[in-house]
Design a protein around this ligand. Sequence first.
Ligand code: AHR
Length: 508
Amino acid sequence: MSSTVNAVVNLDLEGPVINRHVYGHFAEHLGRCIYGGFYVGEDSPIPNEGGIRLDVVEALKALDIPNLRWPGGCFADEYHWRDGIGPKEDRPVMVNTHWGGVEENNHFGTHEFMALCELLGAEPYISGNVGSGTVQEMSEWVEYLTRDGDSPAVRERKANGREEPWKVKFWGLGNETWGCGGNMSAEQYAMDARKYATYCRDYGDNKLYRIAAGASDFSYAWTETLMKQLSHLGCQRVERPLYQAVSVHYYTVAGTWEDKGAATEFTDDEYYTTMLKAARTDELLTGHANVMDLYDPTKEIGIVLDEWGTWWNVEPGTNPGFLYQQNTMRDALVASLHFDIFHRHADRLVMANIAQTVNVLQAMILTDPDSGALVLTPTYHVFRMNKGHQDAASLQVHVVGDAPAKEVGGAELSTVSVSASRKDGRLLVSLSNLDAGEAADVVIDLRGGSVTGLASEILTAGALQAHNTPEQPEAVAPRTHDGARIDGGKLHVHLPAHSFVTVAGDVA
Ligand code: AHR
């Protein structure tokens, strides 16, 4: 059985540009994300440059990853950046209290992170320490990184071997300050954020894009407080908003926070609950954007969803503080659904960062702790197949008539999701069939242009639980899809059950 979805796309009516930064990433000092994931040290038998794994870099370069957030997460608010500069043997050891209580030797610090970003061709997004740090400490980190000429922090940087300042645009003013980042009230943090924002200065042409630590989930009041505190407060002149964006975090958890469910063993019911939770990202972004519209109707301030993705119980036998989880076809569909939603919110959403890139939560890459073998996850493939949407003009997809839906716990889940964009004369359409067992056919009336030279790829598997391992690295891997054709100006796409498909073509 299959259902048919009819839709219209006007190829000549371009919507807001999809910021490439919504395809952003996140690397925290957590479990094996940095150590063993990105960084193995210079003496490792794994090919590396300055300790950075070259196979990981190569795999991520194929995704055109636009930015990388670091060093946390919760870790950011106990990280003191000066511990991570200078000769490695002199760097102090600390305890990573949030993540497993393990020792952190600070061998991966500021210079190593900036080198990693350079290798990846990604922009750095640094999350500063508000929870246990000071305004001065954060201010000096910005100076150390981005100031040219001469100053104490610049001399310090030069003494550590870096003559030229780096370019750093994205700067986080703390993380989850309602929780691990200080347990503050919104009012308390908002006042602090103004102070931190003031002393994180722009040096030369390095203009910071300051991101205030925002809400969890649907806590719209937090966003409202941050928006209220942006203005001049009645007694001073503020030429530029003190921060340019507010963040929000939203994880997809099928069960409860105490028992989130297993990554690879789940029922159809759990699967649909997962998809419903993921679909709520639309409601989340709409809600926060509506609040922001009240204070910023011209949409100067961006939303940064700098943590999103699935969060399952850790794999049996692994350190509970390391958040290591497998990644199945279900995770891939969570990702593809998020991207459709991101594309629809291109007017306000300036960045999103999946948590996290390697070996933690919904990762792109899993590395084997013993053999070092690298595995690309189903989620990785979604990022690769979708990369043509980066910086493309969004195209609205108008569904005509009824679309297939499932009742999930009293709510309705649309089981076919589509988004489209156009860039440099190329159309890219992404289609997800969330139905676990039934195929779907999508017919899109392409108006305002004609499309030729179709190329289509599909990501699916025999079971939703399918995943990749070092023994079976391609259990879930993209293939050429022969189920897409143009007929009479209409794009016909066949979507097998639980599949993700992209279709690209030249627009004239
Ligand atoms: O991504 C894992 C953790 O989730 C982050 O450190 C924290 O910000 C969030 O609670």
